[in-house]
Design a protein around this ligand. Structure first.
Ligand code: ADP
Length: 502
């Protein structure tokens, strides 16, 4: 047992040390938190300036559209003022000749109200070249009280090399507008770009605090969750270790979340099945050793009598020895058959078989064999069926059923074999074997196909069998793609049937 334990739980079975579920959940949470924090950092801090500028660009363009739409209506000024107020803009419309057509000066240090006429001309010609619009960023230098172009310096002088920080930045959007009479003008809008540095600083502090809270939260959640998830599994694992060392009465807990409860339920079922198999195995060993001992004692006893006592060397005594050795053979054969079938070593050998003839011949053999004991065999078939199957396996199943029928049939010793199309499925033929015995109680029917199961263990006739016959029939049928079943009425008799594809 200690060796077994070592094999199951020892290091030989744990080639690579696996990470525990707790650590998996924990690392999952850690990665999740890290990704969230990274995203927050990227979007709130790193990309904040570019996102802010993009929004500014979109609003300035949209404002220009709204103003252009009202170009010739009476409320252009009201619209311009409203838009300028709403988005903190300066608006300026100027004709190519330099006449101011509209001006809303909303901002301190506005770029358009501060740049030179020459710059305006440049902006106009560049906008025409560009297909009607330009966008440019200017930096306001407090010291010289003027704007410098931060971009390529086309519209205004570029700032001195050493000027890297301006008092404020300004975004200028200019577009060429055309009045109904074909007169063109330049619509310019300007908005101040507030430096985001101070916001970034605030966000950085906030980010630090949020990160700390999130890390604490994630660690706590990971600890609670991993404990909750792993606890039922650890419990089941400990119980399964008991099962592994043969304690089949172990009760698996069915608490915790659904999957763990289902696992507990399945393990409980497995444990009870293993327990059943184990107790059947024990019983079988006891039975087989009893079944082996009885004929062996008889054979030895009779043989000794025949050797030692003159006149006892009779054919009757020799017959007892032959009968007992037959019993031994059939017992050994059953045990061998079931182990061969269950180990999958028995490959069906399929060929075209006249199954009606084959069964009729077998029934005939039984009739002749049991004639002296007054058994009465009846055989009927609705047709001569040729089917593709393994004759040896089918006949093994039929013989097992015939043997049972002979063993358990009633006082009239009658056994009936029928071959007909299945009443449930016309693509199958049904071979049924009916006896007139005591039948089987309905509550016992589900178990009769189980290995080593005997309905009435104390019954004399039950002691004859091994409890393997019907389980061999079931295995054979499942190998051949057929079915098997029973209709039994206590006190009247039983009909066992097998079905094979036609
Ligand atoms: P065994 O070798 O003991 O007959 P089987 O697997 O063939 O084993 O049968 C299982 C049990 O089913 C038997 O022990 C017997 O109690 C019951 N049984 C089988 N065939 C019949 C039958 N024709 N009539 C009544 N009981 C039967």
């Amino acid at each position: 047992m200690t060796n077994d334990k070592n094999l199951i739980f020892g290091s030989r079975h744990r080639k690579k040390e696996k990470i525990s579920i707790k650590w998996r959940i924990f690392s999952g949470f850690a990665i999740f938190t890290a990704v969230i924090l990274l995203m927050m950092w990227l979007f709130q801090i790193v990309f904040l300036d570019s996102i802010y500028r993009s929004i500014k660009y979109i609003t300035i363009k949209e404002s220009a559209k709204q103003i252009t739409a009202k170009l010739e209506s009476g409320d252009i000024e009201a619209t311009a003022e409203r838009v300028a107020d709403k988005y903190d803009l300066c608006v300026y419309i100027i004709s190519p000749t330099g006449n101011t057509l509209l001006s809303v000066d909303n901002l301190k240090n506005c770029a358009i109200h501060h740049i030179t006429n020459f710059s305006i001309y440049k902006i106009y010609s560049q906008a025409v070249q560009n297909g009607g619009e330009i966008i440019e960023i200017f930096g306001y230098d407090d010291e010289h009280n003027r704007y410098y172009s931060i971009g390529n310096g086309i519209y205004a002088e570029k700032g001195a090399e050493n000027v890297t920080e301006y008092t404020s930045e300004s975004m200028l959007y200019a577009t060429v507008v055309t009045y109904g009479d074909g007169v063109e003008a330049l619509l310019m809008l300007n908005t101040i770009i507030t430096p985001v540095d101070s916001i970034v600083m605030t966000l950085n502090t906030l980010f630090g605090v949020i990160s700390l809270i999130m890390v604490i939260f994630a660690v706590t959640m990971a600890l609670i969750l991993s404990k909750r998830i792993s606890k039922p599994i650890e419990l089941l694992n400990n119980e399964a270790k008991l099962l592994a060392v043969g304690k089949y009465d172990v009760k698996f807990s069915e608490s915790g979340y659904r999957e763990a409860a289902e696992l507990g339920l399945t393990l409980n079922y497995a444990a009870s099945e293993l327990g059943k198999v184990d107790s059947l195995r024990r019983e079988l060993i006891a039975n087989i050793s009893h079944d082996l001992r009885t004929p062996l004692t008889m054979i030895r006893g009779y043989a000794e009598v025949m050797r030692d006592i003159p006149g006892e060397n009779t054919p009757e005594n020799a017959e007892v020895i032959i009968d007992e050795s037959k019993r031994l053979t059939s017992l050994v054969n059953d045990v061998l058959d079931i182990s061969k079938i269950e180990s999958g070593n028995m490959q069906p050998h399929i060929e075209n078989v006249n199954i009606t003839k084959a069964i009729e011949n077998t029934v005939e053999r039984y009739r002749r064999m049991l004639e002296k004991q007054k058994y009465c065999f009846e055989f009927a078939a609705d047709s001569e069926y040729m089917i593709n199957t393994d004759e040896t396996l089918v006949m093994q199943a039929i013989c097992n059923l015939l043997n049972n029928a002979v063993t358990y049939t009633g006082a009239d010793k009658s056994v009936t074999v029928n071959i007909l199309t299945s009443p449930d499925n016309e693509r199958y033929l049904r071979i049924s074997i009916t006896d007139t015995g005591d039948g089987i109680a309905p509550e016992k029917l589900p178990y009769i196909w189980d290995r080593y199961y005997k309905v009435d263990r104390d019954h004399k006739r039950s002691a004859i069998g091994t409890g393997l016959g019907l389980s061999i029939v079931k295995s054979v049928m499942s190998q051949l793609g057929g079915n098997c079943g029973i209709i039994s009425r206590p006190g009247v008799g039983s009909t066992f049937w097998i079905e094979l594809a036609k």
